[in-house]
Design a protein around this ligand. Structure first.
Ligand code: COA
Length: 343
């Protein structure tokens, strides 16, 4: 909608950006207050839904439980695409409001703890931290989480958004589109890179090891997670804003281990390969400093990107045409089938 994401990150809350993606304009005070009230009123999930989450294996990855729990929401009503836009907008709002509750509930159960109900007096980011950890986060954490959610909210025709639009174009429903998008986001070449990048930082361990490790990885032609981008060839414009968050969080925590490792890796990979870090590279260690387990990093991406997916879904069905590419066939020319007895 014309706003540089860096400006949105500097001047807005995540709720304002969610409103922008749902409505095409930034909200006035009154509009924001109505939007917040509506989102907060929809945060709770019902007992049956909690029961479904309670039955997931504790060993399951949170992206798999989230994908399944979102799909479950679609079983509560008979939903088809191309219904009244107001119906789909209501569903999009419910998905935005309930996804953090689903994630926090699953997180608590996985750690053998009782679930914590959402609060309606906390912001989107504060409430998520509260539901995971049982206390309101420090302002530094809430602001950094909000900034990362703004940076992740929407990003053109990335793989998960494209998956959502393909599903929308068949006039299937929003739950199916979002479920497909979550499946696409999980992969380490897409959203899963923030987890994979963090595992890599853990493997390196200390800043002193970073330079030798990355040079060895380059020599062995290893894929460096959190680097490279299909569209950005000279750097991801969201990275400086997220780097600043990582710096601020490191200073706040008095722990600059990840910051120093990421700085060394970025310097060497840019110099040796001309490949730049993408947003997933600084966001992983920032989430770690906020106190989140690594397997929650990609679900946090979902918590934000749901706004972009929903906006694309609504745009697709407002002026729909089935997305059905042709493939360039390179197999044998047409031939006759020989019955089994003669083969
Ligand atoms: N580490 C090491 N080498 C990389 C690399 C990385 N992260 N990203 C790209 N390259 C290499 C490729 O292997 C290729 O080398 P080659 O020409 O010798 O075969 C060259 O750089 C050009 O890459 P290209 O094929 O144009 O990249 P792509 O557009 O197909 O891939 C990604 C884009 C994002 C899939 C890729 O960069 C990647 O896998 N990155 C790591 C995962 C990641 O961070 N994903 C999040 C993206 S937001």
């Amino acid at each position: 909608y014309g706003y540089p994401v860096q400006d949105l990150a500097r001047h807005c809350t995540f709720e304002e950006v969610a409103y922008l993606l749902a409505n095409g304009e930034l909200p006035s005070r009154a509009q924001l207050s109505r939007f917040r009230r509506a989102e907060r009123a929809l945060r709770e999930i019902d007992r049956d839904h909690v029961g479904v989450i309670a039955r997931f294996s504790r060993a399951a990855h949170p992206m798999d439980t989230l994908r399944t729990a979102v799909s479950y929401l679609g079983t509560r009503e008979v939903a088809w695409g191309g219904e009244k836009p107001a119906t789909d907008k209501r569903r999009a709002m419910a998905l935005l409001a309930k996804i953090p509750t689903v994630m926090a509930t699953d997180y608590r159960f996985r750690n053998a703890k009782r679930r914590i109900r959402p609060r309606d007096d906390l912001s989107f980011s504060e409430n998520f931290c509260y539901m995971c950890f049982g206390r309101k986060p420090a302002p530094e954490v809430a602001r950094a989480l909000d900034t990362s959610l703004i940076l992740y909210a929407e990003h053109g025709f990335n793989a998960s958004t494209f998956a959502a639009r393909v599903v929308a174009s068949t006039l299937s429903d929003i739950y199916s589109a979002v479920t497909a998008a979550i499946g696409a986001l999980k992969g380490p070449l897409h959203g899963g890179a923030n987890e994979a990048g963090m595992h890599m930082l853990g493997e390196i361990g200390t800043p002193a090891r970073a330079e030798a490790w990355i040079r060895g990885a380059i020599e062995r032609k290893r894929l460096i997670m959190g680097f490279g981008h299909r569209v950005y060839r000279t750097g991801d414009s969201r990275v400086p804003t997220m780097n600043k968050c990582l710096e601020d969080l490191s200073a706040w925590k008095g722990d600059d281990r990840w910051l120093r490792i990421t700085q060394t890796l970025a310097r060497v990979v840019i110099a040796e390969k001309g490949i730049h870090p993408n947003l997933d590279f600084p966001s992983g260690p920032a989430y770690d400093l906020m106190g989140f387990d690594i397997d929650l990093f990609t679900p946090i991406f979902v918590m934000s990107r749901i706004t972009g997916w929903s906006a694309h879904y609504l745009e697709q069905i407002a002026d729909n045409r089935l997305i059905r590419p042709l493939s360039a066939y390179t197999g044998p020319p047409q031939r006759k089938v020989r019955p089994l007895a003669r083969r």
